[in-house]
Design a protein around this ligand. Structure first.
Ligand SMILES: [Zn+2]
Length: 306
């Protein structure tokens, strides 16, 4: 009996000492922080991804609801990030951004953290106006955190990098050390939206983001790029009445994966209406793409370099 009690106590202490999700192993890896969409009808966080390099989180891509918690559970630190990449300003991609930046404000940092995002359009501000609406010293909703945008502050700061999301062209979002990031405008209805192609040490990953099949510029920019990993958003099924003006259906995801020559396809931003029809969805993807296909779960790691 005493042995049992001691065992339970030591197991409990070990559980407290270990993060819920271990840092991704390997030299370069992508971790899915949030594999869900905008509906709170499952246990998935909304969109969010990390690029890990040598055990450090270097890029955060999107920050939807739940990503704040998953980021901490993954053992990531804001101070090791080179940039935050925001695909578009729907709430399921940015609603935890302020909470993560608040968390970072407890740390010191030598250089401002880039927050890369789209330019304005329709009812959406550009990323610079979006961040000012949060943190502007006079009018920001979180004006108590205005230090984040203060260039003279010596604490943790951010620096908006706005990418033209209206054109067909692509832009170099930035390069730093061995990481290169290209931003490619995509069609997501009337929402200014970007995909990101990230390369590092000969490995590459494409975050396709929320995009419809009317994203011809994206396939032209990345056609035959043969990324090691393509993360596509699985928001609709092939059934009638799904919002194809906003998202690719499985057949279109298969076309995209084949056009890029993706070595591996991971489906994220999983919505119930798509998962419920997954058997048909898989078949539709298979019509054009014969590489490995997986449905992502929160916290899952995908190694790009061992
Ligand atoms: Zn979304």
């Amino acid at each position: 009996m005493r042995f049992k009690t001691a065992f339970i106590i030591s197991a409990f202490c070990a559980a407290l000492a270990t993060p819920a999700t271990a840092t991704c192993p390997g030299r370069v890896a992508v971790q899915v922080l949030g594999s869900g969409g905008p509906l709170a009808d499952d246990a998935r966080a909304s969109a969010g991804y990390l690029l890990w390099v040598d055990g450090q989180a270097r890029l955060l891509i999107d920050a939807g609801g739940g990503v704040f918690q998953r980021f901490g559970a993954a053992g990531a630190r804001m101070t090791t990030l080179d940039a935050i990449l925001i695909s578009h300003l729907h709430a399921d991609h940015v609603s935890d951004l302020a909470a993560l930046l608040k968390s970072a404000s407890f740390d010191d940092a030598s250089a401002p953290l880039r927050v890369v995002g789209p330019s304005a359009g329709a009812v959406f501000p550009g990323i610079a106006e979006f961040l000012a609406a949060h943190f502007d010293a006079r009018n920001g909703a979180y004006r108590y955190l205005s230090r984040l945008l203060d260039v003279d502050s010596d604490g943790f700061r951010i620096s908006p990098v706005e990418i033209d999301a209206t054109g067909e062209g692509e832009a170099i979002a930035f390069t730093h050390d061995e990481i290169g990031v290209r931003a490619i405008p995509v069609n997501h209805g009337d929402v200014p939206a970007l995909a990101f192609a990230v390369s590092i040490d000969g490995a590459s990953v494409v975050f396709a983001g929320d995009q419809s099949a009317f994203s011809e510029g994206f396939e032209q920019a990345l056609g035959g790029a043969r990324p090691d990993l393509l993360i596509a958003h699985h928001a609709i099924s092939g059934a009638k009445g799904q919002p194809r003006g906003l998202h690719r259906d499985p057949a279109s995801i298969g076309d995209m994966a084949a056009a890029l020559g993706a070595k591996r396809l991971v489906l994220s931003h999983n919505m119930k209406r798509a998962l419920d029809d997954w058997r048909a969805g898989r078949k539709a993807i298979r019509a054009a793409y014969d590489g490995p296909v997986e449905i992502a779960e929160d916290g899952e790691c995908f190694s790009l370099r061992g």
